[in-house]
Every structure is written in structure tokens, then in C-alpha cells.
Ligand binder design. Sequence first.
Ligand code: BGC
Length: 880
Amino acid sequence: MIIQDLKCNRIENPLGYALSKPRLSWIVEPGAEGATLQQACRVEVALDEAFLNILHDSGKREDIDSISYVPELGLAPRTRYYWRVHVWTDRGEAASPVAWFETAKLDEPWTGRWITPDWEEQSVHPLLRRGFSIHKDIARARLYICGLGLYEAELNGQRVGDEYFTPYCNSYNNWIQYQTFDVTGHIRQGENVIGAMLGNGWYKGRFGLSGITHGYYGKHFALLCELVITYTDGSEDTICSDKGWRCAPSHILDSSIYDGEVQDARKYTEEWSSPSFHDAGWDGVRCLDIDFNLLEARRSLPVRIKEELQPVKVIHTPKGETVLDLGQNMVGWVRFKNKAPKGSIIQLQYGEEMQEGCFYRDNLRSAKAEFTYISNGQPDEVQPLFTFYGFRYVKVEGWPGEVRAEDFTGCVVYSDLEATGTLETSNPMVNRLILNALWGQKGNFLDVPTDCPQRDERMGWTGDAQMFSGTACFNMDCDAFFHKYLYDLAQEQATLGGIVPLTVPSFGLNEQDSHTGSSAWSEAATVIPWNLYLHYGDKAILEQQLSSMKDYVDWIRQQDDGSRLWNTGVHYGDWLALDGDGEFNPLGGTPTDLIATAYYAYSSELVAKAAKALGKDSMAADYFKLSAEVKAAFCQEFVTPSGRLAADTQTSYILALFMDLVPESFRPRIIEDLRRNLEKNKFYLQTGFVGTPYFCRVLSENGHNDLAYRLLLNEEYPSWLYEVKMGATTIWERWNSLLPDGKFGELGMNSLNHYTYGSIVEWMYRNMCGIQPLEEAPGFRKIRLAPQPNPLLKHVKASLKTASGLYESAWSYEEDGLHYRFRIPFHAEAELVLPDADIKDITVNGISLEAGSLSYKEEDRTVNMVLKTGQYEIIHSVKQ
Ligand code: BGC
């Protein structure tokens, strides 16, 4: 038995994060002993790794839950806390390895100043440096640092850490994150130098859709840091950003998230951050007045190069272009080995798709997405520092000699999220679809959940994030990632009187259009916290977000004239659905007030459930009542007395069923009308962003599992597999982003990496493989395990590393019947629901169900049983 995956705030050994209440979690792997139940547990927190100086000892307790334990601690700034766990089980006991978390500055005031180059011109990218000497033995050193727009720090000629895009992206007018780095190994006796390079990034560069597209959050480069060196004698020195720093232009001539980067290596200053370099000719800096109250310890996860891809081929196009094909639509950049003579200009342009055999990128709109490099004649590994691209193809110009694939590497860059889910089926096209959704997440989870990563947008659109969040939480441990996004959302909302901005951060979009948010988009405020709670089982997210959730619903309530309908404001409707009037009508055919009212009811209910989970019963009662009133109003407005929906669109039926908007007695008719609508459309979907995420779930959960499989497996337009057939390696924004002849459809808004329709993957985990989190036991401590097989697939399997441990669910059609395989983790259980089964035909691990020890029930050919920790092979044999 081992205890593993020790996390604090669902991050392994977090250094310098916002940690007011550290939430500790771990997983027990039962091992050969076959432990199934926790009997007791003890958590200790100490100031030292040997646990001599213990600050918290829970004692042996029965009520500690490995999903989240918050030790009572008064936290001190800049302090590392070590923790460990001891678990007693039904089959012995085990001790965990030691893990730690370390606080940032907490409330400590800053001694460093914000500094900026003392230049008029704020477009020149600076290098900043300062020397210092050390004469005592060093015990440890930490760098507390922030740079605007973006920074990369160096110490004695070495890059600090392996993160990109620090200090990350959020609504900088509400809060600014600083990072903490352990730099003990960088500092040496004698002379040292600390330095930083700055780029424009989101803060200061061209970004966003509001009228102010340059430097919305700030116009100046700025750096703030404190390097705290602790000596072995216990004394400390702090090297700060101050007027003693020097600066000079860097070799980066320009940088922009949308447009790319220009580097002139001839201007590269060799060894600029080394003590041997003399900065006599460098300029001075001045102090800037940026409010210190904005500074907060980081919440963003690190963004790293997570994978590397080699180009699969070099294409020579009919137009004479040379283009690298990475074989995968990805996000990041290509790194190359420079061998070009001094003064040569190498230019890379990034695009998503070739057209008629040639390089193409009109769908990036105004984003230049380029990289220009002027060689200094020195061999070097070259990559941009302050930009990223969404691409599969790279056009190479100015390359000396033959362009060879091996001189380039695709660096895949995204937030450091742990992969948690795997899915595989017997159908290779479905497997590619699963991968496409995963690549959509990789490409669009670069600090902010974005709509797309390539064109002049790349923003944290709330709707897209909300719709994909369920899938995202199956694919990866998204807890910390979304905690930061939702924290930012709540900050924005607080300045907008409860309105949830269209994008988070907003980049002024709401102010610009005095836009009040759109139903289904603003629901990021309610849906994402609820998904996190279901997946990670931790009430902390509800505590953090409850007032944001409530403020949002209260804001809708202010729009409602008492009718309990939401029929005001501007909404995006069932965005990009195919049933709207006119050829390019993006709003779809479902009335926007129907969608808005549906979400009004749904969000009110989520607020009520969140309040209930937090023990706020009277608040819960208020919002349950509100939700019931909205549902009644929905029926009065949109459903006839005999149960017919006013709008005959797939999305209307889906919402009515999924959000439980109609009385039970109306459901059969609505289900039948949805089926009829599908039939009318030759069993093809017509839905957009709102209906699609729930479509297959509604079918499987309402007696039409076969139609869910049919929808999944359709191969003509519009369908998921049409995209796969057309060679997609990510999820498209539109069902017909590429037309059957391979040409781009609409160009004004057409990305090939937009994850919303990837939300089908949630159905695969929940219904196809049947792994369903339960509201009453969140964090997968207990699940409903209800696989819904269909012979259109021969076999499927899913594994899911949850907050409670690893689940597996698989089924396959074999000659003797349907075989299921399940794995239930330690101290967890599953309520298994087998459809269309007869107890007489079932064996569990080789023993007939009736003869075995499992208790079971059968009703209407559905067999229920409870599976405890362990592995199971269940065969439902078919009579020959
Ligand atoms: C984005 C979407 C977003 C939408 C709002 C688009 O430009 O790319 O994904 O949700 O605007 O309607």
C-alpha cells in the first residue's frame, strides 16, 4: 500500500502560491495488501523535514478525508511547511513521503520598487540588470518577482526556472500576480548579477477586441523584484529592484501575442547577465508608480514546454513556398538551429491549414503570427520568448540551404496540468476525435481557457470555457487552473455590479459595448465552480465563488420584470447552430429568450445547490424557490398545456430535458419530439454551442442511447467525424470550418482549434463508459457507474485518476456476451447500473451473480449492485 499524489491546493509542492488555507490531498493505492477502507488517518505539518518542529498534528482521527484536509495553521511569510500523512486501513497501515508547500510574502510590504527604463520610447524591449556581492555561506535564496507585460529573469547568465509567459494573464487592473522562484543554486560567493528581459504580452501589447487594442492595461515596461538571500548564520540580505539598476535595449525588437516576435541577434548582448559583463554604457532606470496593493501571490499554474514534436514533412508548394508540417495542430512555437550567415533574415509564418497545396492563413484575420530573426552568424538554438502561435504549418523563408525537418522542433506549450483521463474505443475515427478534443485543451489552456489560440482573439471567452469545463475536468486535473480563472472572473464581476464579462480577463470588452454578458456565456460563473466541486470534491471552490455565483443570479433577477423570464439584453443564442435563418446567421434557430430563461433556472439551481453544500440552508431554499419559479415561467411561456415546446429546435428540447425545466408528465412528449426532429434531419445534429455539449447525454439518459451513438458516428457534415474524415487534428469552431472540397468555409470567424464541440468527450466518460460523479459524494468518493454500451462500437475503455483514486471502466462485445471490466479505488464505491440485463445471465469475477456475495437488485431489466474497492470482470452472457 502506498500513499501518493500528495498535493496542496491540488498542486504538487506549491512554491509561492496564494495559500491562505492550504488544502491537502492525497491518494492511497491499495497495493498487494488489498486495503479497501480507511479506518483512521493522521496529518502532521512541521517546519522541518525531520518533523522535529511540529506545528500541527491532527492526531489519529476517523473523519479525515484525503480529498481535502485543511490543517489549522497560522501561516508565516516566506516559510516552507512540510507535511506527511499516516493512514490506517482494514489491511494494515502506511506512511506517506514528505511533501511541502511554501508561502510567498503574504502581507509583508515590498521593499523593491517598480522600475522602468529611463527612456522616452516605451516600445524598445529592455534588458535590466544589477550586480551584487555575497560574502557569507548561503542557506537558501528566493526570488519574488513580477515584470510587465511579460518577464524572463536571469541570474548569473542562467535563466531562472522553466516557465513562459510570467506573470501570466489576468485582469491586471484588479490584481497582478508575482512569482516565487527557488534560486539557491544560482547564487555564488563573490560577484553575482540579477537580470530580466521584458516583453509586451497581454498587458501592454496589442490584444483584445475592445476599441483600445494596444496596452489596455498599461503602457510601460516594469519590473519589481526582491531577491532574499538567507545565510547559514540565519541573517538575510535582500537585493531589490531600485534605482541602482541599469538597462539597455535587448535583441527583441518587437513582441506581440497576435503578431509574433522580431529578434535581431546582431544586437544580442553576450553574457549580459553575467558578473564578467561591464554595463558602464548602459542607461539608468526610473521608478514607476504602480499600486502595490494590486500585487498578489500567484494563482496561475506554470506554463511550460510540455511536449516536443518533430515536423513530419517539409512541403514544397506549387507557389514555390517551403512549409513545415508538424502533423498536428498545436500551440507554442518551433525552435530552430541557426546556421545562417550574419545579417540573413529568417522568417517564419504560422498557419493552420494548407489550401490548394499552398500555405494559407487568411483565417487568422489580423494576427500576423510571424517570427523574424536576423542572424548574427553564431550557431544558436532560436525560439521566441514572448509570443505563441496556433498552427500546424510553418512557412520558412530566408533559410540558408535546404530546409530539413530535423533542424526544427515544435514546442507544445500549455499550463502544467496533470493528465487524468484516458479513453479508447474500437473505432479509430472516434479515437482521433478524443485526441482532437485533448489537443484542443492543450492548445487553449495556456493560462486562460481560450476560445482559440491562433487568430486575433485568443481570449478567455466565458461560454466556451463553461461548455468545455466538464470534459476538461475528465481530461486533466483542472482544479487550480480554474480556481485562478474563477477568481479573476469574480474580480471583474465585482467591478461590473454582478455582470459576468464576456471574456475573462475582459480587456475592456464589456465597458466598450456596455455589454451585459450573454446567457450560457456568463454561466461560467455558476457551471464551472459546480463542475470543480463535483470532480474534486472540495468545498473551497464553492466558498471562493458563492458570492460570485449569487451576484450573477441576482443580477439576472434585476433584469426580470417579475415574470421570471429573462428576455432582455443581447445574447449569443445557440451560437453557430445550423438551424438559424439565413446562411451565416451565427445565432441559430433557438429563441434567445428561451435559452436565457433556461439558464436563469439552471444557474439559480446551481446557486441553491452550492449554498446547500455549504450548509447555508435558507439561502439554498431561496434559490431553489427562484429556480422553481423560473421553470414554471418557462413552461408558461414556451410550452403548450399539452407539453409541446414552442420552438421545434433540437437545442430547445435538449435544454428542457437536461435542465429539468418541464414537469415529468411532459418529458415523454419532449423526448419524442426531439427524436422526431432528429429524424427530420436524417439523424444529424443542427445544434450550436449551447445544445451540442448536452445532446448525447440527453439522448442516452432518456431512452435513446442508440441515437447518441448514431450521432457520434455520423460521418457526413454536420458531425464530429466529418471533421475527423477531413483530417482535423483539433476540434473546429464550425461544423463546416472546412467544406467537403477542403476549402475554408466562412472566413470572418473560422478557427480550426476551438474546443467547445469537444465536449462530446464528457458524454464518453459519463455515458459510454458510465463514470458519473455524484453530487452527494463529490470528488468520486462514490460514483454512479452506468455504462451504456452499443454494438456500433465493439469495445471501449476509460481510466480516470480522480481525487479519490483510479477508476477504470471498459466493455467489449465478445462471442459469449458483453464483458465489463471495472476498477474501483481505495475507500470508494460505485453504484453499478447495468442496462438491458438479466441477473440470471450475469457473472462477477467468474461466479454467478445469484450465487455470489454481492447484493443486487433488478428492475425493468436494469441490474443494480454496489461495487467496493477492487477489480471486477462482469460478464453478461447472451443466450445462443
Ligand atoms: C469566439 C467564440 C465566442 C464568441 C462569442 C467568438 O469570436 O471565438 O468562441 O464564444 O465569439 O459569440
